[in-house]
Ligand binder design. Sequence first.
Ligand SMILES: [Zn+2]
Length: 175
Amino acid sequence: MLFVLHSPKQKDVESLQKALKCIVPPAFGDHKNCKETWCGFKKEPLTYKHKDLPHHKVHKKVHLTFSLDEYTTETVVKKLIPFANSQCNEALNSIVGSKNPKIRFYGSSESSDFLVACAVAQKNIGYSYINSTLSHLGIEPRNTCITHNSKLDKKGRKITAIIKNLQSKMSSPPK
Ligand SMILES: [Zn+2]
């Protein structure tokens, strides 16, 4: 069996890095990375209201105390790309990659087929594939297992939603 694992494209990494740097700081009143062409604050600083924040107000009492750079490094962003990518195959490649890292070289062993099968199942039905597999083997998954897997699915869906939201903002900047 041959599986091709694509790494995220450089332009995707750069555009997501840019998106994160332009979207997070304005929520804390920092518009230095904003462009005049789309930033409402830069156009009308006195009357500007942030439409995506509660009561349209920036978080004045909560300062952005961490450096965003730490969260937008190439390594971090590359981990987010698969969630951001709408193309199924790329996301699947990433799951396969996580279960079957080239660095560990499981590719030469029989377990490789099972690891890829797990990745496909996870892509198709989420982490509940683990519960189903156990049931088929005659092992009833315990509540801890079921809850844990459903938490992982929920987390995945949340990240996907956040990234999609960021991407849509980048492709159609606010006016
Ligand atoms: Zn701005």
